[in-house]
Design a protein around this ligand. Structure first.
Ligand code: PGA
Length: 254
């Protein structure tokens, strides 16, 4: 089964409204019909910019996603939270869940990540669930056990069938924002491991599952990463804030 690559830009808490407009305009101008047919470009701006970005993207093939959502389905008394349904309303098709910054800085546990994954799907969004080991864990030889526990927490809770409409992003924590990217071989090894875990439960779903790599993806290293058999695109932070760099990464996948 061929998997259409996905290149997702995670803006994190960056940029102003004016800078966002410039970025979106430059990406619109730079994406070709051929490129859009070969790969999907997804932008994940901060919540408050979503309606504006949706407007600027009208008529373009670029998709819109959010960086997080509430772990509760529906609506209710959850001050400060944003529901999956609200994200759908402003044009999101995807949402990132369990980013390592959410896990490390905001205390999100595997159980919270699984609840967010399910809330996303209940609202009709495709969750991009992030997993990844710290440098300490890698050096202690715990990479597989960490990834295995993070993936299993979601698969056990949501069921393997849920992965026919989900994406997994492997983001080694030591590679995020550090300029120190995993080598293509290091990434491929973990990607194959993740796909194997899903294949053990359902081979067809595993074959169609997109597994993205994230962590210091740049124009200069994208091509060699995306050439690997089990790397189906990227979740890009810093380099997604510069149109020329993000377009170069996109072209490496398309
Ligand atoms: P980076 O971030 O590309 O800046 O390393 C990736 C991410 O955190 O999604």
């Amino acid at each position: 089964m061929t998997r259409k690559p996905l290149i997702a830009g995670n803006w994190k808490m960056n940029g102003s409204l004016a800078e966002s407009r410039q970025l979106v305009d430059a990406l619109r101008a730079g994406i070709t019909a051929g490129g859009a047919a070969a790969a999907t470009m997804l932008l994940c701006p901060p919540f408050v910019y979503l309606p504006a970005v949706q407007g600027w993207l009208q008529g373009s093939p670029i998709a819109l996603g959010a960086q997080d959502l509430a772990d509760k389905p529906g609506s209710g008394a959850y001050t400060g939270e944003v529901s999956g349904q609200m994200l759908r309303e402003v044009g999101c098709s995807h949402v990132i869940v369990g980013h390592s910054e959410r896990r490390a800085l905001y205390g999100e546990t595997d159980a919270v990540v699984a609840a967010k994954f399910k809330a996303a799907q209940a609202a009709g969004l495709v969750p991009i669930v992030c997993v990844g080991e710290t440098l300490e864990q890698r050096e202690a030889g715990q990479t597989r056990s960490v990834i295995s526990a993070q993936v299993a927490a979601v698969v056990d809770s949501a069921g393997v069938q849920a992965f026919s409409k989900a994406v997994i992003a492997y983001e080694p924590v030591w590679a995020i924002g550090t300029g120190r990217t995993a080598t293509p071989d290091q990434a491929q090894e973990v990607h194959a491991f993740i796909r194997g875990m899903v294949a053990a439960r359902d081979a067809t779903i595993a074959a169609g599952l997109r597994v993205l790599y994230g962590g210091s993806v740049k124009g200069a290293n994208a091509r060699s990463l995306f050439a690997m058999a089990d790397i189906d695109g990227g979740l890009v932070g810093g380099a997604s804030l510069t149109a020329a760099e993000f377009l170069e990464i996109f072209r490496a996948a398309a």
